[in-house]
Design a protein around this ligand. Structure first.
Ligand code: GCO
Length: 255
């Protein structure tokens, strides 16, 4: 039974993984046996995060590159080709938040959120899938969505549009790649205790709203997303495609 969730011999790229949810997912996949590639925009924080995992005995590489830059992404994969690194699992986690009413939102800020939270998933998964298809080895794509993949909240319009796109991009990936034994799925986290959400946690009214809006009556923790990520990265999900699994305390299931 344990083979179902064993990632030994597999390499997982987790974008935006120097901290927060991305780092927790990288550590979780490493615990399940994967070699993990950490990514972020800054080489110092990526190296520090990879070092933390290596100090725990995990196999971790680090590469800083901008996931919104198709040339930087192509260069990263070309380097892994040269180094004999085969990316079997991609977790498209990189994301930013920008809270402002739509009528005040500058186009540049809209574009930055869309590029980081949605377009990067296309750019990175395309490079990975090309190789998975050419190798005939199959693979796993896990996109990180959000409650806002399903329902909107005022003042996070660009983020909501991007995360809604993540849900449908995941299905588009399935439509084209499932026949090549690539399973593309998504995880929709609820409100999770991360640096990005720190201002919300510290806002008493928002904190109360989160706790009263989900039946678990609490914020989630990054490590509570790991089980679903391991499941979607493993042979246990070999016939699961185009799904988004909400890890939200029951938020979307209950009025
Ligand atoms: C916000 C939050 C949300 C959460 C998460 C919910 O400002 O409402 O940042 O976007 O982070 O996406 O699933």
């Amino acid at each position: 039974m344990t083979q179902l969730f064993d990632l030994s011999g597999r390499t997982a790229l987790v974008t935006g993984s120097a901290r927060g949810i991305g780092f927790a997912l990288a550590e979780g996949l490493a615990t399940a046996g994967a070699t993990v590639i950490l990514n972020g925009t800054r080489s110092d924080t990526v190296a520090e995060a990879a070092g933390r995992l290596e100090s725990k005995g995990f196999k971790a590489l680090g590469r800083a590159f901008d996931v919104t830059d198709e040339h930087a992404v192509a260069d990263a994969f070309a380097q892994w080709d040269k180094d004999g690194v085969q990316v079997d699992i991609v977790v498209n986690n990189a994301g930013i938040q920008f809270r402002k009413p739509l009528v005040e939102l500058e186009l540049a800020d809209w574009q930055r959120v869309i590029d980081t939270n949605l377009t990067s998933a296309f750019i990175v998964a395309k490079e990975a899938a090309r190789r998975m298809i050419a190798r005939g080895t199959g693979g796993k794509i896990i996109n990180i969505g959000s409650l806002t993949s399903e329902s909107a909240r005022a003042t996070v319009g660009a983020y909501t549009a991007a995360k809604g796109g993540i849900k449908m991009l995941t299905r588009a990936m399935s439509a084209e790649w499932a026949a090549s034994n690539i399973q593309a799925n998504a995880i929709g986290p609820g409100y999770i205790l991360t640096d990005m959400n720190k201002p919300l946690v510290e806002n008493a009214a928002f904190d109360a709203w989160v706790k009263s809006s989900n039946p678990s009556q609490r914020w989630g923790r990054p490590e509570e997303l790991v089980g679903t990520a391991v499941y979607l990265s493993s042979p246990a999900s070999s016939y699961v495609n185009g799904q988004i699994i909400y890890v939200d305390g029951g938020w979307l299931a209950v009025l």
